[in-house]
Design a protein around this ligand. Structure first.
Ligand SMILES: CC(C)(COP(=O)(O)OP(=O)(O)OC[C@H]1O[C@@H](n2cnc3c(N)ncnc32)[C@H](O)[C@@H]1OP(=O)(O)O)[C@@H](O)C(=O)NCCC(=O)NCCS
Length: 213
């Protein structure tokens, strides 16, 4: 089956990092996702209590949450959860865009901002997990250079931030406004030694999916 082509541009909005004070806005955003989008986001069924508690945990853990904000309302979010507390090498990322704004480029803008933020924090590897049928998330991950592998019903994408991103992603990430918002961490270095160990260590520990959240 085909999918809805992009028909209109996203409305004007800002992407900014959330703080604890934004928790009610973030909870409302996640709760507004349609049942299908919520299932896609959390890789399974989740009720409102879980979703609200999950949003709260994002601010009590080592997570970074960026949001696409339109007229004071959060319409999309990008989360980064470090895989090991106190160690920013590897992180799991997750995205949510409200249904009315999907396929209008908001996911790509959030992805680019999250990559810029992750680099500034010194992350070298990003993981994204979704179910194997999630065409939009897989397309988005591939756009940013993820190599995808399929494990049972899940697609697991790995983005190596030490490697050059695909040209289309580079243009998005290197947007001057993004660079100014998240200046590169001068102390961050990319190491390839031991990367496999870090990736294994990430599995199941990050807070981005319902299973581990
Ligand atoms: C996945 C999600 C974040 C993508 O956000 P978005 O704003 O719709 O993404 P964009 O519009 O920036 O880009 C989506 C890309 O996927 C493509 N796409 C959409 N549906 C597709 C499908 N079924 N098959 C293949 N590609 C598809 C679009 O064409 C677009 O690519 P393009 O820019 O090259 O045209 C959003 O759909 C969402 O929140 N879904 C529900 C929650 C979810 O699935 N989260 C991911 C789990 S972590």
């Amino acid at each position: 089956m085909g999918y809805a082509q992009r028909t209109s541009l996203a409305p004007e909005g800002d992407i900014r990092e959330l703080t604890l004070a934004d928790l009610p806005l973030f909870q409302s955003h996640l709760l507004r996702l349609s049942p299908a989008s919520r299932r896609d986001r959390f890789n399974g069924f989740t009720d409102d209590v879980f979703v609200s508690a999950y949003a709260a945990r994002c601010f009590s853990s080592d997570a970074t949450v960026l949001a696409f904000v339109v007229d004071g309302t959060i319409r999309g979010a990008a989360e980064l959860h470090v895989c090991r507390p106190g160690n920013r090498d590897a992180a799991e990322i997750a995205f949510s865009v409200e249904d009315a704004l999907q396929h209008r480029g908001v996911g790509a803008a959030l992805f680019a901002s999250l990559v810029a933020r992750a680099r500034a924090m010194g992350c070298t590897t990003l993981h994204v997990t979704t179910h194997a049928q999630n065409g939009a998330m897989k397309a988005l991950a591939r756009k940013f250079g993820a190599s995808l592998c399929f494990q049972s019903v899940e697609a697991v994408g790995v983005i190596d931030l030490c490697k050059a991103l695909p040209p289309v992603a580079t243009v998005l990430v290197d947007d001057p406004a993004r660079a100014a918002a998240f200046p590169e961490n001068p102390g961050s270095l990319c190491f390839s030694d031991g990367e496999a160990t870090r990736q294994e260590g990430c599995e199941g520990r990050c807070g981005a999916s319902a299973k581990s959240g």
